[in-house]
Each structure stands twice: as C-alpha cells, then as structure tokens.
Design a protein around this ligand. Structure first.
Ligand code: CA
Length: 226
C-alpha cells in the first residue's frame, strides 16, 4: 500500500512517516500542494493524507483538483483548522475523512485502515482466504491458526495479494505499491519477497504467472496444511 503524505511541517511529517512505515505502508512525503497535485495525477497511490495549509496550493484546492480530474483516490484531511466550516468544506469538495490536529497516531492508523478497507470494498477488519488470515491492525499473519512472523515488505506484499485472491497481481504494480519514489530498488525485489514468503508459508499459496506477476491460490489456501 502506497500512501502519499502531504505535510509541510517537518517534525510532524517525519513522525507520521515513521508511524506509517512501521505499519508496513510505503510512504511518499511531499511538502507542498502543487507537487502533491502532480503526484496524485500520476496515480499509483492508494491513499492521500493531506494537510490543508500548504505552500503553493492549498489543500482544499488539491482535493478539488483531484476530484475534478475524476480521480477517486481516498483522501484523509489532517488539519489544525478548527472551524467546523473548514471541516465541512474539505468533506464537501471530496475528502473522505477528516482528522483534527493534534491527533493520536493510533487513531490516524485506524482511520487509514478503515479508508483503505472501504476503498477496497471490504467491511471485515482482517483479510482472510481459507486458512490464511492477515490482520492489518496488529500486523499479524496466521496460517492454519499458527502465527507467521513476516518482515514489513513481505507483510505488505502478502496484504496486496490477499486483497484480491485468485486475481493476478502484476509485478510492476506490486513494486509500485511497495516502494516510494525515492527508494532505490533492485528490479527483482518483488520476486525476492515472494521467494521468502514461499519459505515461510506453503509454496503453493503463491503462484507465478510467468512474465506477468503473482496470484494468491485460493485452492491452496482452502486446503490448509499440506
Ligand atoms: Ca501546514
């Protein structure tokens, strides 16, 4: 999951970025509204966390611009503007949720999860496919009731696969959603993560579609421990 964070306050931005990375999200951090607008138009973002008071282009204008362009990426506004009129304006021009500053990191993460869930058309808090269960809130994975310990990127990749079991996750889109723009990555990074996942979970759970990407195999997940 790739999140665009738009915040011009350096220490607040740093704190939010750290919290999001710990929760296994890939974060692109931008400090001004114009750059944010360009990034949103480029696509490949799962969620936007948006401050309202920004250099070059106000957050409200960013939301307006994105919606006018027909982009439906979920937007969560983070702002210290206390007036109810600012909150309602943000929501009315197309934001999906609003969190007033200062806020609690745990609440921010819960709202992020809820928005991502909703945009994925999912109501249940955890993702399940057969014997495989992933809980984004506790960052835990269970296979046949047994806890499987995964590092951040492997967890994030499995989360992507579990969002649409049985459907191909193209390698390129996985890479785009696992890494930020500023990260240097090897071209086979996704393959390496899959390789590691297959050593910790039954290898048949993740099928390779040659030249395209990977699929979470529902039959293997239903079958349980082989
Ligand atoms: Ca600001």
């Amino acid at each position: 999951m790739r999140i665009l964070l738009v915040e011009d306050d350096p220490s607040l931005g740093e704190g939010i970025r750290t919290a999001l990375r710990r929760a296994a999200y890939s974060v692109d951090w931008m400090r001004d509204g114009r750059a944010a607008m360009a990034a949103i138009r480029d696509g490949g973002i799962d969620l936007v966390l948006l401050d309202l008071g920004l250099p070059h282009l106000d957050g409200i204008e960013v939301i307006r611009g994105a919606r006018r362009a027909g982009l439906d990426v979920p937007i969560l506004v983070l702002s210290a503007r206390e007036r109810a009129s600012d909150r309602t304006l943000g929501l009315d021009v197309g934001a999906d949720d609003y969190l007033g500053k200062p806020f609690d990191t745990a609440e921010l993460l819960a709202r992020v999860r809820a928005l991502l869930r909703r945009s994925g058309g999912q109501a249940q808090p955890s993702l399940a496919c057969g014997e495989l269960v992933l809980d984004p809130a506790t960052l835990s994975v269970r296979w046949c009731g047994r806890e499987v310990d995964l590092p951040r990127r492997e967890f994030a990749l499995l989360r992507l696969l579990m969002e649409s079991p049985g459907r191909i996750l193209p390698r390129e889109s996985a890479q785009q959603r696992l890494y930020g723009w500023d990260e240097d990555i090897a071209s086979n990074a996704v393959d390496v993560h899959v390789h590691h996942l297959r050593r910790k979970l039954p290898a048949a759970l993740i099928r390779t579609v040659r030249g395209v990407g990977y699929v979470l195999d529902e039959k293997a997940a239903m079958a349980g421990e082989a």
